[in-house]
Design a protein. Structure first.
Length: 132
């Protein structure tokens, strides 16, 4: 088993005792991302659409740092403080993902770190490397 820690400055630094992602062989476990601007470590906005978009951008930055992209994500978990924002998640997700979509769960929660309205984590399986 090969295990490595994934870290990028293109996504927010960890705000606790965790890694941005952990890669085990070809599987990458991406920690929960909230809508923090990686440069300022502040919420991008109180607007839910801006927050959802920033979370996808943060997830993408970690996925790319691990050597993958959204086509490699097999499971996506979404946490919302207000489930009425679920249609916005679906709409914006459609701009980042193409079919076949990953498995997904959406969970309503009472609160998230830094008063974010949305958080997402993911599991990614990297494509087999071809060597010539």
């Amino acid at each position: 088993m090969s295990k490595s820690i994934i870290k990028t400055d293109k996504a927010p630094a960890a705000i606790g005792t965790y890694s941005q992602a952990v890669k085990v062989d070809r599987t990458v476990y991406i920690s929960g991302q909230i809508p923090l601007d990686p440069a300022t470590m502040l919420l991008v906005s109180t607007d839910i659409r801006a927050q959802i978009t920033q979370v996808f951008e943060n997830l993408l930055a970690v996925a790319e740092a691990a050597g993958g992209d959204f086509s490699d994500i097999v499971k996506l978990n979404i946490y919302l403080t207000d489930m009425t924002h679920f249609p916005a998640v679906n709409e914006i997700m459609g701009k980042y993902f193409m079919q076949p979509y990953p498995a997904r769960a959406a969970v309503g929660v009472a609160a998230l770190p830094r008063n974010a309205q949305v958080e997402m984590d993911a599991v990614m399986v990297l494509k087999q490397q071809e060597y010539h």
